[in-house]
Design a protein around this ligand. Structure first.
Ligand code: UDP
Ligand code: MG
Length: 307
């Protein structure tokens, strides 16, 4: 990726944007107003996720007037998570900030979140204390989802859906993002030993345009949660986990074999035994392969500590 490490800014603010023509101008203004007085050098990576309104011409004007603005463009709408990942891929900063492009998050919270990160965290998650969204279609499903995510992942974050987050670049680069997984970044970063903090942040009602999501998001989040849970279970000691499931399959194979003499027709337990034994062998090999893949993963230490 075209990262220019020589003029590396302190902060990269990454914003996915889809049909936000009225928000992008004020968005640039509020980010600059929040970060200029902070003393941090910064860049703003604006990712257009295939907008079909006047977003692109407006982004071009913004980038022409401000060399700190980088524009990344998707040819078609790929979704918020992919746009976020593209922003992170193109970001050069030491601290990476993600936020929404519809003015609901407030960049004035960023310096405070970086201060929190510097208390020795890897990831600081925003919590929309006074969330300005509809109660029934937004806040209630979100509370339920946060409760379930907390229970299933073991990380009791109050507001996984808040896009305003600050990361150490080297940590977020190691978290793979796909589907609608940006809501699970805190949980996905825990297996690599990331230290996560949550801080209250401001939240504003949407001023322009419309939300890009309906209630169907609830089902998507639930399905993603099952995927995440599976990933979390099998990414720790994968050989032991796969061997555990393989033992159950092997037990079924043994029981089926023992019942062959008494069974008529014998072909049923024979088939079950063959299938279960094959499954057991397959799972052992899968555990072995996963173990090897995880072993060649980069080391998880933070590098030399500056004293
Ligand atoms: N977004 C995007 N691609 C999409 C949907 C949304 O880049 O397919 C952006 C959108 O422009 C906004 C952010 O993601 O900057 C959050 O979207 P939205 O405000 O619709 O979500 P909500 O606040 O309703 O959860
Ligand atoms: Mg929004």
């Amino acid at each position: 990726m075209g990262v220019n490490w020589t003029s590396r800014p302190d902060v990269s603010v990454c914003v996915p944007i889809y049909n936000e023509e009225d928000s992008v101008g004020p968005l640039h203004d509020v980010i600059v107003a929040a970060l200029e007085p902070s003393g941090y050098s910064f860049e703003i990576v604006l990712v257009d996720d295939g907008s079909t309104d006047q977003t692109i011409p407006k982004l071009r004007c913004i980038a022409q007037d401000d060399p700190r603005v980088v524009i990344v463009r998707f040819r078609r709408n790929a979704g918020q998570t992919s746009a976020m990942q593209a922003g992170i891929d193109h970001a050069c900063g030491r601290y990476i900030v993600t936020m929404d492009g519809d003015l609901q998050n407030d960049p004035a919270d960023i310096p405070m979140m970086i201060d929190k990160l510097n208390e020795d965290y890897d990831l600081v998650v925003g919590w929309r204390v006074n969330r300005q969204d509809k109660l029934l279609s937004r806040k209630v499903p979100s509370k339920l989802a946060n409760f379930l995510i907390g229970k299933m992942t073991g990380l009791p974050i109050r507001d996984n859906g808040c896009s305003l987050k600050v990361y150490r670049a080297e940590v977020i680069r190691r978290v793979p993002l796909y589907s609608d997984m940006h809501r699970f970044i805190p949980a996905m970063s825990v297996p690599m030993g990331a230290r996560v903090a949550e801080v209250g942040v401001r939240h504003h009602a949407r001023q322009f345009g419309e939300s890009k999501y309906g209630l169907s998001r609830v089902l998507k989040v639930l399905l993603d949660l099952i995927v995440i849970k599976t990933l979390l279970i099998f990414s720790r000691r994968p050989m032991a986990r796969f061997n555990g499931v393989a033992s159950v399959a092997a037990l079924v194979a043994v029981i089926a074999m023992l019942s062959i003499p008494a069974a008529t027709p014998a072909v049923v337990p024979m088939t079950v035994a063959a299938l279960a034994a094959s499954l057991a062998a397959f799972l052992v090999l899968l555990g072995l392969a996963t173990g090897l893949i995880l072993q060649v993963e980069p080391r998880q230490h933070t590098g030399r500590l500056k004293t």
